[in-house]
Design a protein around this ligand. Structure first.
Ligand SMILES: Nc1ncnc2c1ncn2[C@@H]1O[C@H](COP(=O)(O)OP(=O)(O)OP(=O)(O)O)[C@@H](O)[C@H]1O
Length: 359
């Protein structure tokens, strides 16, 4: 299958493949399922197998989406994770008017896929759900995040900074490298958790007389409804979940915006840490070429990198990376990681077709 940009425009209307002869959506079609399996929810997106053009339609055609709970087997166990996946894919297919026999590929991006054995285990679940001709992919969620910025091409580096952080990159010939993403105990200081943990530490140090006074004390205590730093010990033990601590990151930003030197220092350190993760990946993969000036996509994802009025962490990170690697071009994805996952699978078929292979 191949198609020009004009063909693509002709074949889509309102995000559906359109049967122009009969003025109705085409009912029988090959579809791809892209899934983003997070710790809180799982999103499944069903797209048609689009024509293999370099100019993708804008907006990208979505036949249906479905949302379910957690599908991370580390959190909910294998049986519940499999059931959630089955349910969310069945719902997306049913909403799109398709069924399992229309599925050409499934790409599942999940957090916690760090090793080929994780991949194999999840692949074997999918193999039981679909006929053998269906192409199956299981990736780390960072890979889908990269693809959501590059529209399916695995080339460049993604930096995710939300509750946690990770940098993940690919060369055009498929080599990959990652940095950070090992969790707060192992020093992800640029994550929401890392920023908030440094701020809480600064508050306790100021209270003890081990560090400078900071407006973080009043602002953090007000935010979490405590009256003294002494109560922080009980507060952290009460529920040490990463997201609860990480939710304090915007308080650090507002204190830095109000020129608090301690908050400023924390953010500057976090910016350096995030930039170092990306630079480590770029260096190991030589994404910037021999002279250091080659262009590469730098996909920026996550709440910490969202634009703030005056203290824009994402902008500072890019500026820090650009000093060493001027070819880094930042992309803030317009589509969901689940779409990134679906586009990864589509790109696989596109490459097959370009190489003259049957797909
Ligand atoms: N304006 C902001 N500036 C800095 N940090 C922010 C801002 N808004 C939200 N955050 C932080 O972003 C984090 C949430 O981001 P996001 O929703 O991308 O993460 P997540 O999906 O929960 O985590 P992860 O990507 O690690 O799984 C929270 O820690 C929050 O404190």
């Amino acid at each position: 299958m191949s198609g020009t940009a004009t063909d693509v425009m002709k074949r889509y209307r309102n995000g559906e493949i359109w049967d122009f002869e009969n003025e109705m959506p085409t009912l029988t079609r090959d579809v791809i399922l892209g899934l983003d399996g997070g710790t809180t929810s799982t999103l499944c997106i069903c797209i048609p197998l689009m024509p293999f053009s370099d100019d993708l339609p804008d907006p990208l055609p979505v036949l249906a989406t479905a949302v379910a709970g957690c599908s991370n087997h580390n959190s909910v166990g294998e049986t519940a994770a499999r059931e959630t996946l089955e349910q969310v894919m069945a719902e997306a297919l049913s909403k799109s008017g398709s069924n399992r026999s229309s599925v050409r590929a499934v790409c599942l991006a999940v957090s916690g896929v760090n090793h080929p054995t994780d991949q194999e285990r999840i692949l074997s679940w999918l193999r039981h759900m679909f006929p053998s001709h269906v192409k199956l992919f299981v990736e780390n969620d960072a890979v889908a995040a990269l693809a959501s910025g590059t529209l399916g091409k695995l080339h460049g580096c993604v930096l995710i900074a939300g509750t946690g952080t990770i940098a993940y990159g690919f060369t055009e010939d498929g080599r990959e490298a990652r940095a950070a993403g090992a969790g707060p105990v192992l020093g992800d200081w640029g994550s929401g958790y890392g920023i908030a943990a440094q701020a809480l530490t600064a508050v306790v140090k100021a209270h003890d007389g081990r560090g400078p006074q900071t407006m973080l004390t009043s602002d953090i205590l007000r935010t979490i409804g405590l009256s003294s730093p002494d109560e922080l010990i009980g507060w952290t033990y009460e529920d040490p979940s990463w997201a609860r601590i990480a939710a304090l990151a915007p308080v650090v930003v507002s204190c830095a915006e109000a020129s608090d030197p301690v908050a400023n220092k924390i953010l500057q350190y976090s910016v350096q840490d995030l930039a170092e993760s990306v630079k480590a990946v770029v260096r190991r993969l030589n994404l910037c070429g021999q002279d250091g000036n080659d262009c590469f996509a730098l996909v920026m994802v996550g709440g910490v990198l969202a634009a703030n009025k005056r203290w824009d962490i994402g902008k500072e990170v890019v500026s820090c990376i650009s000093k060493d690697y001027p070819g880094a071009y930042p992309i803030r994805p317009k589509v969901e990681p689940a779409m990134g996952a679906a586009l990864l699978a589509w790109n696989y078929f596109k490459k097959q077709s370009e190489n003259g292979l049957k797909c």
